[in-house]
Design a protein around this ligand. Structure first.
Ligand code: KIV
Ligand code: ZN
Length: 534
């Protein structure tokens, strides 16, 4: 339902969000996230940048075909620079959707015009006019963004926006591309556009903010107060550099403070927690514990005075109820005697709808964990779910590892893996530590040269028997470089993304590390296959 007091939620998790380092998603992962975004009730899904790679094109097309159908399906948008090839490719990808949108952009700041695009202001205006009109000749719904609007000369940008409206743009999106503006400035920028650009009463004004100064949410809210009726956001605020405005923060600010904003969204807030977990698991980008709305501590009360208050009346210290975003206030504690039904109920409380074989696998892991740990916490269950379910296609599967290490011996690992051809291969290696020796042994078998860009390990609960969760990022190399084949690939040589993340969980941290490495390697190899094959 769209009324004048509705703020449209344009989710760009699959496009700007996927531009986060290491956040590479394969097509199946994108589709599953898109389905969850539809369940969440977003108005528009920006499914990708179709010209960027064959994989991106195919992902946008599949989202348009599989998620963009049905009466209440979201609009499916594809991004395009302001040139014919981009616009054609975006149109080809989104056109199967019931409601397709082409989102085209061109920078209007002098810094971008002079140094990046090397075109004059006049050339910029001519291109806006021509390309918006061309996009509009293909598609009834066209969004135009003057990139780097936050640092553009407002008067020149107004000219570009006026031409975009004349050429048929239906949404004008104003990006603070480098996260430079303050809330007051950004609100004034939107107010100025509404005041000075002819025709804005007939189009939707949108805000697209980046979080370089930690102001993305504040800037987006200021834009909404100044009349913007579309917010471009990502789940968990992932995105280029410091990220984009977080969907959950905008939605819950509007929901929690109706006295201030008096505006609504079409979002089903009870789907927020599930969307957050799904995106975190597939991108392997953890949510910081103190993250607003979806962080692990967002509803945790540690101080005695607070706990006392909450028990007397939750309103004392809680401005939102956890169940509003889909977190059940659970009293269900699971242990070794818990059955399948209780386990499935707990999964549902945590926001996971897992069935069939997937449920069997997760339940088996849960039972194994019960033999090792007395109390199985929600965080343990989540770690198991992420480890078992939210993994890329297993081209290579870890069969077995054995490591010996200690004070007076060289760490040595033996690893066996089942390959894509079904054959099990085994190899061994010596390393500087147990994880290094495992990774070297895996490398000897898989032969996919890379460097480890990031490795982090955390215990998901307290206690010596805690499950360890490992998150890593790897970067492909050409294998012929100096220092043992560790020269990074030229950016053009690998598809658009150059880092691949992976995660793994186990009570044995060496096993968790091996699983995380397999997860990242499988992601890298699948992405290569997709970009070659599609
Ligand atoms: O930040 C930005 O300027 C963008 C545009 C493509 C809208 O992401
Ligand atoms: Zn952006």
């Amino acid at each position: 339902m769209q009324t004048p007091d509705t703020v449209r939620i344009f989710d760009t998790t699959l496009r700007d969000g996927e531009q986060s380092p290491g956040a590479t998603l394969n097509i199946d992962e994108k589709l599953e996230i898109a389905r969850q975004l539809a369940r969440l009730g977003v108005d528009i899904i920006e499914a990708g940048f179709p010209i960027a790679s064959p994989g991106d094109f195919e992902a946008v097309r599949r989202v348009a075909l599989e998620v963009g159908q049905g009466e209440n399906a979201p609009i499916i948008a594809g991004l395009a620079r302001a040139n014919r090839a981009d616009v054609d490719r975006a149109w080809e990808a989104v056109r199967p959707a019931r409601r397709p949108r082409i989102h085209t952009f061109l920078a209007t700041s002098d810094i971008h015009l002079q140094h990046k695009l090397k075109i004059s202001r006049d050339e910029c205006l001519a291109r806006v006019k021509e390309m918006v009109a061309y996009a509009r000749s293909l598609c009834a719904d066209v969004e135009f963004s003057p990139e780097d609007a936050g640092r553009s000369d407002p008067e020149f940008m107004h000219q570009a926006l006026a031409l975009a409206i004349q050429a048929g743009a239906t949404t004008l999106n104003i990006p603070d591309t480098v996260g430079y503006t303050t809330p007051q400035e950004f609100g004034a920028l939107i107010a100025g556009i509404r005041e000075h650009v002819p025709g804005t009463q007939n189009v939707i004004i949108s805000a697209h903010c980046h979080n370089d100064l930690g102001l993305a949410t504040a800037n987006t809210l200021a834009a909404i107060q100044a009349g913007a009726r579309q917010a471009e956001v990502t789940i968990n605020g992932i995105g280029e550099r410091a990220g984009n405005t977080a969907l959950e923060e905008i939605v819950m600010a509007l929901h929690t403070r109706p006295q201030i904003y008096g505006l609504r969204t079409n979002i089903d807030t009870t789907q927020i927690a599930r969307a957050s977990r799904l995106v975190s698991a597939y991108t392997s980008i953890p949510v910081q514990p103190n993250k607003a709305i979806v962080g692990a501590n967002a509803f945790a009360h540690e101080a005695g005075i607070h706990q006392d208050g909450i028990l007397k009346n939750p309103l004392t210290y809680e401005i939102m109820r956890p169940d509003t975003i889909g977190i059940a206030d659970s009293r269900l504690v699971l242990g070794k005697h818990s059955g399948r039904h209780a386990f499935q109920t707990k999964l549902a409380e945590l926001g996971y709808a897992i069935q069939g074989d997937d449920l069997n696998r997760v339940f088996e892991r849960f039972k194994e964990l019960c033999d090792k740990k007395k109390v199985v916490a929600d965080a343990d269950i989540e770690a198991i779910v992420h480890d078992e379910i939210y993994q890329p296609e297993e081209l290579w599967r870890l069969q077995h590892i054995q490591v010996s290490c200690g004070t007076s011996m060289k760490p040595t690992a033996t690893v066996s893996l089942r390959g894509p051809d079904g054959i099990v291969r085994e190899d061994a290696a010596i390393g500087t530590g147990p994880v290094d020796s495992v990774y070297r042994a895996i490398n000897r078998i898989v032969q996919a040269p890379n460097v480890l860009a990031e490795f982090s390990i955390k215990a998901v609960t307290e206690g010596i028997d805690a499950v360890g969760e490992v998150t890593i990022r790897i970067e492909p190399t050409n294998g012929n470089g100096l220092h043992g084949g560790r020269q990074r690939l030229h950016p053009q040589a690998e598809a658009r993304h150059r880092t691949y993340s992976g995660h793994g969980a186990d009570t044995d941290i060496i096993v968790a590390s091996a699983k995380a490495y397999m997860s990242a390697l499988n992601k890298m190899l699948t992405a290569r296959r997709e970009s070659k094959g599609s």
